[in-house]
Design a protein around this ligand. Structure first.
Ligand code: GLU
Length: 477
Protein backbone atom coordinates (compact mmCIF):
# COMPACT_ATOMS: atom_id res chain seq x y z
CA UNK A 1 0.00 0.00 0.00
CA UNK A 2 1.43 3.37 -0.97
CA UNK A 3 1.60 6.30 1.41
CA UNK A 4 0.07 8.57 -1.15
CA UNK A 5 -3.11 10.46 -0.25
CA UNK A 6 -5.81 9.19 -2.61
CA UNK A 7 -9.40 10.39 -2.32
CA UNK A 8 -12.39 9.67 -4.50
CA UNK A 9 -15.72 11.10 -5.52
CA UNK A 10 -18.00 8.13 -6.13
CA UNK A 11 -21.35 9.28 -7.47
CA UNK A 12 -24.18 7.04 -8.55
CA UNK A 13 -25.33 8.50 -11.85
CA UNK A 14 -28.87 9.57 -11.04
CA UNK A 15 -29.23 12.00 -13.93
CA UNK A 16 -28.09 15.18 -12.24
CA UNK A 17 -25.45 16.42 -9.80
CA UNK A 18 -26.94 17.36 -6.43
CA UNK A 19 -25.40 20.42 -4.72
CA UNK A 20 -24.55 18.17 -1.79
CA UNK A 21 -22.59 15.93 -4.14
CA UNK A 22 -20.88 18.97 -5.58
CA UNK A 23 -19.72 19.81 -2.07
CA UNK A 24 -18.46 16.25 -1.58
CA UNK A 25 -16.61 16.39 -4.89
CA UNK A 26 -15.17 19.80 -4.07
CA UNK A 27 -13.93 18.82 -0.59
CA UNK A 28 -12.27 15.71 -2.03
CA UNK A 29 -10.72 17.72 -4.84
CA UNK A 30 -9.47 20.44 -2.46
CA UNK A 31 -8.02 17.99 -0.01
CA UNK A 32 -6.13 16.22 -2.78
CA UNK A 33 -4.79 19.54 -4.07
CA UNK A 34 -3.87 20.76 -0.64
CA UNK A 35 -1.75 17.70 0.23
CA UNK A 36 -0.52 16.90 -3.25
CA UNK A 37 -2.60 13.71 -3.48
CA UNK A 38 -4.80 12.22 -6.18
CA UNK A 39 -8.48 12.90 -6.83
CA UNK A 40 -10.26 9.92 -8.33
CA UNK A 41 -13.65 9.79 -9.97
CA UNK A 42 -15.44 6.47 -9.75
CA UNK A 43 -18.88 5.84 -11.17
CA UNK A 44 -21.00 3.68 -8.87
CA UNK A 45 -23.44 2.26 -11.37
CA UNK A 46 -24.13 -1.20 -10.00
CA UNK A 47 -27.83 -0.58 -9.52
CA UNK A 48 -29.17 -1.52 -12.95
CA UNK A 49 -32.74 -0.66 -11.95
CA UNK A 50 -31.71 2.96 -11.49
CA UNK A 51 -29.91 3.30 -14.80
CA UNK A 52 -30.55 6.72 -16.36
CA UNK A 53 -29.64 7.36 -19.98
CA UNK A 54 -27.03 10.07 -20.45
CA UNK A 55 -26.50 10.45 -16.70
CA UNK A 56 -22.76 9.84 -16.78
CA UNK A 57 -22.21 12.23 -19.66
CA UNK A 58 -24.18 14.88 -17.83
CA UNK A 59 -22.20 14.30 -14.64
CA UNK A 60 -18.85 14.58 -16.41
CA UNK A 61 -19.92 17.76 -18.16
CA UNK A 62 -21.13 19.35 -14.96
CA UNK A 63 -17.90 18.55 -13.12
CA UNK A 64 -16.00 20.00 -16.05
CA UNK A 65 -18.00 23.23 -16.06
CA UNK A 66 -17.22 23.54 -12.37
CA UNK A 67 -13.51 23.17 -13.08
CA UNK A 68 -13.06 20.13 -10.84
CA UNK A 69 -10.59 18.10 -12.83
CA UNK A 70 -9.94 14.55 -11.66
CA UNK A 71 -6.62 12.71 -11.89
CA UNK A 72 -8.00 9.24 -12.61
CA UNK A 73 -11.43 8.26 -13.78
CA UNK A 74 -13.83 7.43 -16.60
CA UNK A 75 -12.44 9.37 -19.54
CA UNK A 76 -8.86 9.64 -18.32
CA UNK A 77 -8.26 6.09 -17.19
CA UNK A 78 -5.50 5.32 -14.71
CA UNK A 79 -3.68 2.40 -13.15
CA UNK A 80 -6.58 1.37 -10.95
CA UNK A 81 -9.36 1.11 -13.54
CA UNK A 82 -11.88 0.38 -14.77
CA UNK A 83 -13.53 3.33 -13.01
CA UNK A 84 -17.08 2.16 -13.71
CA UNK A 85 -18.34 -0.36 -11.19
CA UNK A 86 -20.51 -1.99 -13.85
CA UNK A 87 -17.27 -3.07 -15.52
CA UNK A 88 -15.81 -4.62 -12.39
CA UNK A 89 -18.25 -7.47 -11.74
CA UNK A 90 -15.60 -10.19 -12.09
CA UNK A 91 -13.43 -8.50 -9.50
CA UNK A 92 -16.30 -8.48 -7.01
CA UNK A 93 -17.16 -12.14 -7.73
CA UNK A 94 -13.67 -13.24 -6.80
CA UNK A 95 -13.95 -11.66 -3.36
CA UNK A 96 -17.48 -12.92 -2.82
CA UNK A 97 -16.25 -16.45 -3.38
CA UNK A 98 -13.50 -15.87 -0.85
CA UNK A 99 -16.00 -14.58 1.71
CA UNK A 100 -18.25 -17.61 1.21
CA UNK A 101 -15.32 -20.04 1.37
CA UNK A 102 -14.11 -18.54 4.63
CA UNK A 103 -17.56 -18.54 6.19
CA UNK A 104 -17.69 -14.73 6.39
CA UNK A 105 -20.78 -14.51 4.20
CA UNK A 106 -23.70 -16.84 3.43
CA UNK A 107 -26.40 -17.48 0.86
CA UNK A 108 -29.84 -16.40 1.96
CA UNK A 109 -32.74 -18.09 0.16
CA UNK A 110 -35.55 -16.21 1.92
CA UNK A 111 -37.87 -14.65 -0.64
CA UNK A 112 -38.69 -10.92 -0.59
CA UNK A 113 -42.30 -11.82 0.34
CA UNK A 114 -41.24 -13.90 3.32
CA UNK A 115 -38.91 -11.15 4.46
CA UNK A 116 -41.57 -8.45 4.12
CA UNK A 117 -44.06 -10.53 6.07
CA UNK A 118 -41.65 -11.25 8.87
CA UNK A 119 -40.56 -7.63 9.05
CA UNK A 120 -44.15 -6.44 9.27
CA UNK A 121 -44.99 -8.98 11.98
CA UNK A 122 -42.02 -7.83 14.02
CA UNK A 123 -42.76 -4.19 13.44
CA UNK A 124 -46.32 -4.56 14.74
CA UNK A 125 -45.07 -6.36 17.85
CA UNK A 126 -42.39 -3.73 18.39
CA UNK A 127 -39.64 -6.34 17.87
CA UNK A 128 -36.31 -6.13 16.08
CA UNK A 129 -37.02 -5.81 12.34
CA UNK A 130 -33.58 -6.85 11.13
CA UNK A 131 -33.17 -10.08 9.22
CA UNK A 132 -33.37 -12.94 11.74
CA UNK A 133 -30.38 -14.74 10.25
CA UNK A 134 -32.18 -18.05 9.70
CA UNK A 135 -30.15 -18.87 6.55
CA UNK A 136 -26.93 -18.45 8.53
CA UNK A 137 -27.75 -21.79 10.06
CA UNK A 138 -28.35 -23.77 6.85
CA UNK A 139 -26.10 -26.82 6.56
CA UNK A 140 -24.35 -27.89 3.38
CA UNK A 141 -26.98 -30.35 2.23
CA UNK A 142 -29.78 -27.79 2.76
CA UNK A 143 -27.83 -25.28 0.74
CA UNK A 144 -27.25 -27.83 -2.03
CA UNK A 145 -30.96 -28.66 -2.09
CA UNK A 146 -31.81 -25.00 -2.64
CA UNK A 147 -29.15 -24.66 -5.31
CA UNK A 148 -30.38 -27.89 -6.96
CA UNK A 149 -33.89 -26.39 -7.07
CA UNK A 150 -32.49 -23.26 -8.69
CA UNK A 151 -33.87 -21.21 -5.80
CA UNK A 152 -32.96 -17.55 -5.97
CA UNK A 153 -30.66 -16.25 -3.29
CA UNK A 154 -28.81 -13.18 -2.09
CA UNK A 155 -25.45 -13.23 -0.34
CA UNK A 156 -25.27 -11.66 3.09
CA UNK A 157 -22.40 -10.60 5.30
CA UNK A 158 -22.17 -12.14 8.77
CA UNK A 159 -22.34 -9.19 11.12
CA UNK A 160 -21.23 -9.80 14.74
CA UNK A 161 -24.27 -10.57 16.86
CA UNK A 162 -23.21 -8.79 20.02
CA UNK A 163 -20.93 -6.06 21.30
CA UNK A 164 -20.25 -2.78 19.59
CA UNK A 165 -17.92 -1.16 17.12
CA UNK A 166 -16.01 2.08 17.68
CA UNK A 167 -14.18 4.00 15.02
CA UNK A 168 -12.67 7.42 14.50
CA UNK A 169 -14.15 9.86 12.01
CA UNK A 170 -12.24 13.04 11.15
CA UNK A 171 -15.38 15.19 11.58
CA UNK A 172 -17.47 13.25 14.11
CA UNK A 173 -14.41 12.03 16.06
CA UNK A 174 -15.15 8.93 18.16
CA UNK A 175 -18.25 7.09 16.91
CA UNK A 176 -19.75 3.95 18.45
CA UNK A 177 -22.51 1.70 17.10
CA UNK A 178 -23.85 -1.41 18.84
CA UNK A 179 -23.77 -4.37 16.45
CA UNK A 180 -27.39 -5.16 17.25
CA UNK A 181 -28.32 -2.08 15.20
CA UNK A 182 -26.69 -3.55 12.11
CA UNK A 183 -28.36 -5.98 9.71
CA UNK A 184 -26.64 -8.89 7.94
CA UNK A 185 -25.94 -6.74 4.93
CA UNK A 186 -26.80 -8.03 1.47
CA UNK A 187 -23.60 -8.02 -0.58
CA UNK A 188 -24.90 -9.61 -3.77
CA UNK A 189 -28.47 -9.22 -4.97
CA UNK A 190 -30.55 -12.05 -6.43
CA UNK A 191 -29.77 -10.79 -9.93
CA UNK A 192 -26.10 -11.44 -9.21
CA UNK A 193 -25.16 -7.76 -9.07
CA UNK A 194 -23.18 -6.45 -6.11
CA UNK A 195 -24.74 -3.93 -3.76
CA UNK A 196 -23.22 -0.52 -3.18
CA UNK A 197 -21.65 -1.71 0.10
CA UNK A 198 -19.71 -4.58 -1.43
CA UNK A 199 -18.49 -2.74 -4.50
CA UNK A 200 -17.65 0.41 -2.55
CA UNK A 201 -15.45 -1.37 -0.01
CA UNK A 202 -13.66 -3.53 -2.57
CA UNK A 203 -12.99 -0.56 -4.83
CA UNK A 204 -11.83 1.72 -2.05
CA UNK A 205 -9.34 -0.97 -1.08
CA UNK A 206 -8.16 -1.88 -4.58
CA UNK A 207 -7.93 1.76 -5.63
CA UNK A 208 -5.86 2.39 -2.49
CA UNK A 209 -8.14 5.14 -1.23
CA UNK A 210 -6.60 6.69 1.88
CA UNK A 211 -9.52 8.91 2.97
CA UNK A 212 -13.24 8.38 2.43
CA UNK A 213 -14.79 11.85 2.37
CA UNK A 214 -18.56 11.72 1.84
CA UNK A 215 -21.95 12.84 3.15
CA UNK A 216 -23.14 12.12 6.66
CA UNK A 217 -25.93 9.89 5.38
CA UNK A 218 -23.26 7.19 4.93
CA UNK A 219 -22.02 7.31 8.52
CA UNK A 220 -24.34 4.50 9.62
CA UNK A 221 -22.92 2.28 6.86
CA UNK A 222 -19.43 2.46 8.32
CA UNK A 223 -19.93 -0.47 10.75
CA UNK A 224 -20.85 -2.90 7.96
CA UNK A 225 -18.01 -1.60 5.84
CA UNK A 226 -15.56 -2.12 8.71
CA UNK A 227 -16.89 -5.63 9.20
CA UNK A 228 -16.31 -6.30 5.52
CA UNK A 229 -12.77 -4.90 5.60
CA UNK A 230 -12.03 -7.20 8.48
CA UNK A 231 -13.60 -10.20 6.78
CA UNK A 232 -11.36 -9.61 3.79
CA UNK A 233 -8.31 -8.97 5.96
CA UNK A 234 -7.91 -5.38 4.79
CA UNK A 235 -7.06 -2.14 6.56
CA UNK A 236 -9.89 0.41 6.21
CA UNK A 237 -9.25 3.96 4.95
CA UNK A 238 -9.69 7.01 7.17
CA UNK A 239 -13.29 8.20 7.44
CA UNK A 240 -14.57 11.75 7.08
CA UNK A 241 -18.33 12.37 7.01
CA UNK A 242 -19.59 15.80 5.97
CA UNK A 243 -22.46 17.55 7.79
CA UNK A 244 -25.94 17.46 6.27
CA UNK A 245 -27.22 20.24 4.04
CA UNK A 246 -30.49 21.68 5.32
CA UNK A 247 -33.42 23.71 4.03
CA UNK A 248 -34.08 26.95 5.90
CA UNK A 249 -36.64 25.07 8.06
CA UNK A 250 -33.76 22.76 9.07
CA UNK A 251 -35.19 19.76 7.21
CA UNK A 252 -32.82 17.81 4.97
CA UNK A 253 -32.21 19.67 1.71
CA UNK A 254 -34.63 18.23 -0.80
CA UNK A 255 -35.77 18.72 -4.33
CA UNK A 256 -39.29 19.51 -3.15
CA UNK A 257 -38.27 22.83 -1.62
CA UNK A 258 -36.39 24.17 -4.64
CA UNK A 259 -33.48 23.52 -6.92
CA UNK A 260 -30.83 21.07 -5.85
CA UNK A 261 -29.33 20.16 -9.23
CA UNK A 262 -26.10 21.96 -10.06
CA UNK A 263 -27.14 22.01 -13.74
CA UNK A 264 -30.28 23.94 -12.84
CA UNK A 265 -28.28 26.53 -10.96
CA UNK A 266 -25.87 26.88 -13.88
CA UNK A 267 -28.75 27.22 -16.33
CA UNK A 268 -30.27 29.98 -14.26
CA UNK A 269 -27.06 31.90 -14.55
CA UNK A 270 -25.32 31.30 -11.26
CA UNK A 271 -21.64 31.40 -12.15
CA UNK A 272 -19.53 28.30 -11.52
CA UNK A 273 -17.23 30.54 -9.45
CA UNK A 274 -20.14 31.56 -7.23
CA UNK A 275 -21.38 28.02 -6.78
CA UNK A 276 -17.96 26.74 -5.73
CA UNK A 277 -17.48 29.63 -3.34
CA UNK A 278 -20.95 29.26 -1.88
CA UNK A 279 -20.82 25.48 -1.57
CA UNK A 280 -17.39 25.35 0.04
CA UNK A 281 -18.72 27.50 2.88
CA UNK A 282 -21.54 25.04 3.56
CA UNK A 283 -19.69 23.17 6.26
CA UNK A 284 -16.22 24.68 6.22
CA UNK A 285 -14.59 28.03 6.91
CA UNK A 286 -11.04 29.28 7.28
CA UNK A 287 -9.86 30.90 10.53
CA UNK A 288 -10.28 34.51 9.28
CA UNK A 289 -13.42 36.12 7.97
CA UNK A 290 -12.60 35.91 4.27
CA UNK A 291 -15.78 35.27 2.32
CA UNK A 292 -14.69 35.27 -1.31
CA UNK A 293 -12.31 32.65 -2.61
CA UNK A 294 -11.08 31.55 -5.99
CA UNK A 295 -10.57 27.85 -6.53
CA UNK A 296 -6.81 28.35 -6.41
CA UNK A 297 -7.07 30.14 -3.08
CA UNK A 298 -9.21 27.33 -1.72
CA UNK A 299 -6.66 24.76 -2.81
CA UNK A 300 -4.29 26.41 -0.33
CA UNK A 301 -6.72 27.33 2.43
CA UNK A 302 -8.76 24.13 2.73
CA UNK A 303 -8.34 21.67 5.58
CA UNK A 304 -10.41 18.72 6.79
CA UNK A 305 -9.92 19.82 10.39
CA UNK A 306 -12.09 22.88 9.90
CA UNK A 307 -15.17 21.04 8.69
CA UNK A 308 -18.20 21.70 10.92
CA UNK A 309 -20.05 19.00 12.79
CA UNK A 310 -23.47 20.57 12.58
CA UNK A 311 -25.67 20.77 9.49
CA UNK A 312 -25.45 23.76 7.16
CA UNK A 313 -28.45 25.71 5.94
CA UNK A 314 -28.61 26.27 2.20
CA UNK A 315 -29.48 29.96 2.14
CA UNK A 316 -30.74 30.91 -1.32
CA UNK A 317 -30.72 34.62 -0.47
CA UNK A 318 -27.04 34.44 0.33
CA UNK A 319 -26.39 32.58 -2.92
CA UNK A 320 -28.22 35.32 -4.85
CA UNK A 321 -26.29 38.01 -3.07
CA UNK A 322 -22.99 36.27 -3.70
CA UNK A 323 -23.79 35.73 -7.37
CA UNK A 324 -24.62 39.43 -7.71
CA UNK A 325 -21.19 40.22 -6.25
CA UNK A 326 -19.49 37.90 -8.71
CA UNK A 327 -21.46 39.36 -11.63
CA UNK A 328 -20.34 42.86 -10.71
CA UNK A 329 -16.75 42.13 -9.82
CA UNK A 330 -15.71 39.66 -12.50
CA UNK A 331 -14.07 40.89 -15.70
CA UNK A 332 -16.81 42.25 -17.99
CA UNK A 333 -15.63 40.19 -20.95
CA UNK A 334 -15.97 36.99 -18.93
CA UNK A 335 -19.50 37.91 -17.90
CA UNK A 336 -20.23 38.81 -21.52
CA UNK A 337 -19.26 35.28 -22.55
CA UNK A 338 -21.39 33.66 -19.84
CA UNK A 339 -24.32 35.91 -20.80
CA UNK A 340 -24.16 35.29 -24.54
CA UNK A 341 -26.14 32.07 -24.53
CA UNK A 342 -29.13 33.81 -22.94
CA UNK A 343 -29.19 36.31 -25.81
CA UNK A 344 -28.93 33.53 -28.35
CA UNK A 345 -31.70 31.53 -26.64
CA UNK A 346 -33.93 34.60 -26.62
CA UNK A 347 -33.26 35.18 -30.32
CA UNK A 348 -31.58 38.54 -29.66
CA UNK A 349 -29.08 39.12 -32.40
CA UNK A 350 -25.89 40.85 -31.25
CA UNK A 351 -24.58 43.12 -34.00
CA UNK A 352 -22.10 45.27 -32.15
CA UNK A 353 -19.78 43.76 -29.56
CA UNK A 354 -18.99 47.05 -27.83
CA UNK A 355 -22.65 47.88 -27.38
CA UNK A 356 -23.39 44.35 -26.27
CA UNK A 357 -20.83 44.65 -23.47
CA UNK A 358 -22.22 48.04 -22.49
CA UNK A 359 -25.61 46.46 -22.14
CA UNK A 360 -24.29 43.54 -20.11
CA UNK A 361 -22.46 46.01 -17.92
CA UNK A 362 -25.62 47.93 -17.03
CA UNK A 363 -27.58 44.71 -16.59
CA UNK A 364 -25.11 43.04 -14.25
CA UNK A 365 -25.50 45.86 -11.75
CA UNK A 366 -29.21 45.21 -11.51
CA UNK A 367 -29.61 41.44 -11.60
CA UNK A 368 -28.72 38.49 -9.35
CA UNK A 369 -28.42 35.79 -11.96
CA UNK A 370 -27.72 35.80 -15.65
CA UNK A 371 -31.05 34.40 -16.82
CA UNK A 372 -32.51 37.79 -15.83
CA UNK A 373 -30.31 39.51 -18.38
CA UNK A 374 -32.68 38.97 -21.30
CA UNK A 375 -35.62 40.48 -19.44
CA UNK A 376 -33.42 43.48 -18.89
CA UNK A 377 -32.24 43.55 -22.51
CA UNK A 378 -35.68 42.99 -23.98
CA UNK A 379 -36.50 46.67 -24.64
CA UNK A 380 -33.41 46.94 -26.79
CA UNK A 381 -34.21 43.95 -28.95
CA UNK A 382 -37.97 43.51 -29.22
CA UNK A 383 -40.73 45.70 -30.57
CA UNK A 384 -42.02 48.07 -27.89
CA UNK A 385 -45.59 47.68 -26.64
CA UNK A 386 -47.51 50.57 -25.13
CA UNK A 387 -50.38 50.80 -22.64
CA UNK A 388 -53.13 53.41 -23.15
CA UNK A 389 -51.61 55.90 -20.70
CA UNK A 390 -48.22 55.60 -22.47
CA UNK A 391 -49.91 56.31 -25.78
CA UNK A 392 -51.40 59.47 -24.26
CA UNK A 393 -47.96 60.70 -23.23
CA UNK A 394 -46.43 59.83 -26.61
CA UNK A 395 -49.26 61.47 -28.52
CA UNK A 396 -49.33 64.76 -26.61
CA UNK A 397 -48.59 67.93 -28.54
CA UNK A 398 -45.31 68.65 -26.78
CA UNK A 399 -44.09 65.05 -27.18
CA UNK A 400 -44.76 65.18 -30.89
CA UNK A 401 -42.87 68.47 -31.26
CA UNK A 402 -40.02 66.97 -29.25
CA UNK A 403 -39.79 63.78 -31.33
CA UNK A 404 -39.81 65.69 -34.60
CA UNK A 405 -37.04 67.97 -33.35
CA UNK A 406 -34.91 64.96 -32.37
CA UNK A 407 -35.45 63.15 -35.67
CA UNK A 408 -34.54 66.26 -37.66
CA UNK A 409 -31.35 66.73 -35.71
CA UNK A 410 -30.30 63.11 -35.58
CA UNK A 411 -30.77 62.33 -39.26
CA UNK A 412 -27.68 64.23 -40.36
CA UNK A 413 -25.48 63.66 -37.33
CA UNK A 414 -22.61 61.24 -37.92
CA UNK A 415 -22.59 59.77 -34.41
CA UNK A 416 -24.90 59.62 -31.39
CA UNK A 417 -22.29 60.16 -28.73
CA UNK A 418 -22.92 61.38 -25.20
CA UNK A 419 -21.85 64.95 -25.93
CA UNK A 420 -24.21 65.21 -28.87
CA UNK A 421 -27.17 63.77 -26.94
CA UNK A 422 -26.59 66.03 -23.93
CA UNK A 423 -26.36 68.96 -26.35
CA UNK A 424 -29.70 68.01 -27.88
CA UNK A 425 -31.27 67.69 -24.44
CA UNK A 426 -30.11 71.24 -23.62
CA UNK A 427 -31.35 72.57 -26.94
CA UNK A 428 -34.76 70.94 -26.33
CA UNK A 429 -35.04 73.04 -23.19
CA UNK A 430 -33.70 76.23 -24.73
CA UNK A 431 -35.22 76.13 -28.21
CA UNK A 432 -38.49 74.27 -27.56
CA UNK A 433 -39.10 75.23 -23.96
CA UNK A 434 -39.73 71.55 -23.16
CA UNK A 435 -38.24 70.37 -19.87
CA UNK A 436 -38.51 68.05 -16.84
CA UNK A 437 -41.48 65.68 -16.99
CA UNK A 438 -42.24 66.66 -20.57
CA UNK A 439 -38.72 65.90 -21.69
CA UNK A 440 -37.20 62.74 -20.22
CA UNK A 441 -40.20 60.41 -19.74
CA UNK A 442 -41.50 60.78 -23.33
CA UNK A 443 -38.02 60.25 -24.80
CA UNK A 444 -37.41 57.13 -22.71
CA UNK A 445 -40.86 55.86 -23.51
CA UNK A 446 -40.29 56.32 -27.23
CA UNK A 447 -36.87 54.66 -27.27
CA UNK A 448 -36.97 52.19 -24.42
CA UNK A 449 -40.66 51.53 -23.77
CA UNK A 450 -40.63 52.72 -20.19
CA UNK A 451 -40.42 56.08 -18.43
CA UNK A 452 -37.65 54.74 -16.24
CA UNK A 453 -34.45 53.01 -17.22
CA UNK A 454 -30.85 53.68 -18.14
CA UNK A 455 -29.54 57.15 -19.05
CA UNK A 456 -30.66 58.43 -22.46
CA UNK A 457 -27.15 58.60 -23.99
CA UNK A 458 -26.62 54.97 -22.96
CA UNK A 459 -29.94 53.88 -24.44
CA UNK A 460 -29.20 55.62 -27.73
CA UNK A 461 -25.66 54.39 -27.90
CA UNK A 462 -26.76 50.79 -27.50
CA UNK A 463 -29.69 51.13 -29.90
CA UNK A 464 -27.58 52.84 -32.57
CA UNK A 465 -28.76 55.53 -34.92
CA UNK A 466 -30.90 53.49 -37.28
CA UNK A 467 -32.98 51.94 -34.53
CA UNK A 468 -33.30 55.27 -32.70
CA UNK A 469 -34.75 56.88 -35.81
CA UNK A 470 -37.05 53.95 -36.40
CA UNK A 471 -38.39 54.10 -32.86
CA UNK A 472 -39.03 57.85 -33.11
CA UNK A 473 -40.80 57.34 -36.40
CA UNK A 474 -43.01 54.66 -34.84
CA UNK A 475 -44.36 57.13 -32.30
CA UNK A 476 -44.66 60.11 -34.61
CA UNK A 477 -48.16 60.65 -35.90
N1 GLU B 1 -22.40 6.06 -4.63
C1 GLU B 1 -22.55 6.70 -3.36
C2 GLU B 1 -23.34 7.99 -3.56
O1 GLU B 1 -23.73 8.28 -4.66
C3 GLU B 1 -21.19 6.98 -2.80
C4 GLU B 1 -21.10 7.05 -1.33
C5 GLU B 1 -19.65 7.00 -0.93
O2 GLU B 1 -18.96 7.97 -1.20
O3 GLU B 1 -19.23 6.01 -0.38
O4 GLU B 1 -23.60 8.71 -2.65
Amino acid sequence: MSNEIRVRFAPSPTGYLHVGSLRTALYNYLYAKKVGGKFILRIEDTDQTRYVNGAVKNLLETLESMGLEYDEGPEKGGEYGPYFQSKRTEIYNKYVKELLDHGKAYRCFCTPDELDKKREEHRVKGLDTRYDGRCRKLNESEINDHLGNNDKFVIRLKIPQEGEVTFYDIVREKVTFPWNMVDDQVLVKSDGFPTYHLANVIDDHLMEISHVIRGEEWLSSVPKHLCLYEALGWKPPKMCHLPLLLNSDKSKLSKRQGDVAVEDFLNKGYLPETLLNFVVLLGWHAPGDQEFYTLTELEKAFSLKRINKSGSVFDLEKLNWMNGQYLRNTDLKVIGEYARKYFIDAGYHITNEKHYLELVDIARNRIHKLDEVTEFAKPFFSKLEYAEEDKAILGSESSQILFKFWVDNIIDSPELNEEFINGLLNRSVEELGIKGKELYPPLRLALYGSEHGPELPTIMDILEKEKVLLRFKNVLK
